[in-house]
Design a protein around this ligand. Structure first.
Ligand SMILES: [Zn+2]
Length: 166
């Protein structure tokens, strides 16, 4: 849920506690290490997006084989971006690194805007044709990443990132 309440559910008794609490106010179970639901969803969405990226790459693979320069550009760059993205997801969701959240936003936004402009331009010129199935994957990926990045800047994660990792 994209909620505004800064709460965390106790895994032992399901009581809602404030984010940042180290122990459950009802049963005393340790809860400090638990992630807010938005962070868990962010992690799932980002890995889903990376999975779509792999499918997108596989579908376009025959095109890369015809063009060596494009192959290098389109393999090395995505591999690098892929690695950096996984590192950032790990730092954000597992290491609670607030700075990594901002790096992801700053790295993500220009590409996201540019890709949207490109896709809108493509559809504007060529129409909405069904042979663009790979472009639909791009749209799905942009959409999922957009939600993922939005999730770590809203709701129950804001207070979570303010507290140091425990
Ligand atoms: Zn409890």
């Amino acid at each position: 849920m994209v909620g505004s309440e800064a709460q965390i559910i106790c895994p032992a008794c399901a009581t809602t506690n404030l984010v940042g609490a180290r122990f459950c106010r009802n049963c005393g179970a340790r809860i400090a290490g638990n992630k807010p639901s938005n962070v868990t969803r962010f992690e799932q969405l980002m890995y889903l997006s990376l999975g779509i990226g792999v499918v997108y790459f596989a579908l376009r693979y025959p095109m890369f084989l015809r063009d060596a320069d494009a192959a290098f550009r389109l393999i090395v760059t995505p591999a690098f971006v892929f690695g950096i993205t996984i590192l950032l997801i790990w730092l954000i969701a597992r290491r609670r690194a607030n700075w990594a959240r901002w790096v992801l936003l700053i790295a993500f936004l220009p590409g996201w805007v540019a890709s949207n402009v490109y896709l809108i331009g493509t559809f504007h010129m060529h129409g909405f044709e069904w042979n663009y199935q790979t472009e639909f994957l791009s749209i799905a990926q942009l959409f999922i990443e957009g939600i993922g990045v939005y999730l770590i800047f809203t709701g129950n994660v804001v207070a979570w990132f303010r507290k140091p990792p425990s």
